[in-house]
Each structure stands twice: as structure tokens, then as C-alpha cells.
Design a protein around this ligand. Sequence first.
Ligand code: ZN
Length: 340
Amino acid sequence: MRDLATLPKAHLHLHFTGSMRLDTLKALAKESHTRLPSSITDGDPLHVPADARGWFRFQRSYDTARHLVCTEETMRRIIREAAIDDALEGSRRLEIQVDPTSYAPFVGGITPALEIILDEARQTTTVTGVEVAVVVAASRMRHPLDARTLARLAARYAGDQPGTVVGFGLSNDERFGTTSSFAPAFSIARRAGLALLPHGGELLGPDHVRDVVHHLGPTRLGHGVRTSEDPRLLDALVEQGIAFELCPASNVCLGIYEQEKDVPLRTLVDHGATIALGADDPLLFASRLTHQYEIARDMGLNDAAIADLARSSIQASLASPSSKQQWLTEVDHWLDSPAT
Ligand SMILES: [Zn+2]
């Protein structure tokens, strides 16, 4: 068996506040004399049922953390530490999702909020060697007009280099909001050349996936894991080249599957899906990037199959062809190295 932390890979599903180190959150809480609930500070993975109350509990924990992110320095620290931690886990590329709306009041608006994140992403790329690119994500819980505002903002900073906006997403509880009402925002993002990266097929099944695919035209699906329940739909998505950002530990924490072995990773692999494993919200799920690959190993995937997953994550990323080629060669080297 080879060391999964040295396997070159791309990390394509990670939320800004959710990426925070627990120690950083504790330090911020101490500075602001905020008492954190023991459910966060104990470091155990959150575990909630996959219903509205479960999601509410998850969201409340997330909001507790988000309320402590109220300075430019903290915003920069989150990006920096996420990239440092990713580097330690073999990540070559991090595409981090953020909704700048939450941080806007503290730094003078959504434009400065996004600029701070992009600037830090550029600096961090230079320091860590991990390419950090940004996905601006709107929320299903807010008005679709807010999503359009964010899409216009994202479009202004669209690029293909680290430290630019490379994609536009849609997150939060899939049971809220009408998917079609977000189509205009996605059209703005599409016209700007951004990749389209909405969540879908996480809490809801194949019908929801069809809805997201039809109205939003995703490049990749955030999760999309429940597409596995309809093999024909899965084949159609694979045929269309839509990739899946799979987050197994997150799925268990949010009650979508009871145990890690229940996550239908193999079904997606067997159907030829392009998959990028991601940690989603390591702060709350106590599980980072390498752990997702450990879960795959526990499912019986050998090192060759795991190397394929890493290749798949690199291919699904929005990195340049030359970066991808370099990392794919590094994956070959990893697999050629002797197993211990
Ligand atoms: Zn997510």
C-alpha cells in the first residue's frame, strides 16, 4: 500500500468557512469571547439525520463558525491554512467555494470581500505551490436575484489562472428554492466562460439531478452521488461529460448514507464517471481530503484504482492542460513507486 497523502490530486469540493482548522476556530472564539458549543469543540464528526431538522443543526453549526469570520486577516488566514493543509495531503489544486455575501459587511461590500479572497489565493499559490482558484457560490436559501448579483460579480473576476474565479456554484439545502429560478444567474456565469458547479443529487434523488442538469447545465455536480439510484441517468451524465464531486465522509455525517461503505462510489466508478473526491466541510466533519481516499481504499479499491480516482480529480479540475499533464505524470510516479 502506498501513502495516500503523497498521491497527487485535485481538491474540488471545499467550502470556505467549512475548511477552517478547528484550532483556528477555537482561537477566534477566544479572541471574541464567544463560547462555542461542545458539539463543535469536541472534534467529533457532526452526525445528523438527512431531514430538515438535521440540516438545520448542520447549518447552525456552520453559522456559528461563520459569525467568527469578520476580519480581512481571518479571511486570508482561512485561505492560507486551507492551502497549507491541502499541500500536506498531496493536493496540487484547490478550487474553494465561497459566498462573499456573508463576509461583505466587515470589509466594505461583496466586491472587496471577493478581492481579498482572490488576492490571498494568488499569494498562497506562490507560497504553497498548490494552485488555489475560487468558485463563487450562491445560496438556494436566498432570492434568485441575489444569485444573479453574485454571478455578475463572479463574471468580472473570471479567469483561468490561480487567484481568479473559475466557476459559479449553488449551495445549501436542495429542498429549498426552485432550481429553474436560478437559471438566469447560471446564464450570466456561462456567458462569462465560468464553469457551472451547482450542488445537486445530495439530499434529493434522480429527479432533482434531472432538474439541475436541465436548468443549470452543470460542468460538475456538487455531490451528485444520488444519481447512482438511476443507472440510465448516470450513464447519460457520464456521456455528457458531467463530473461528480463526491464527498463520502460528508454524506455519512449528513445522514445520506449510514456508513462509509454504503456510499455508492463503486457504482459511479463502474459506470465510468469522472469523480473528484472532496472533504466538503472538514471543520464539522473532522475529515480532510486524504481521508476520502482512505474511505475508497476501505471499499476495496487497490492502488491502481485509487490512482485513477486521483487522475479523475485532476481531469475534472479547471486547471490548465500543462498543469494537468504535470500532475498526471506525478500520479504515474506515485503508482510506480514501491508499495510498503
Ligand atoms: Zn458542499
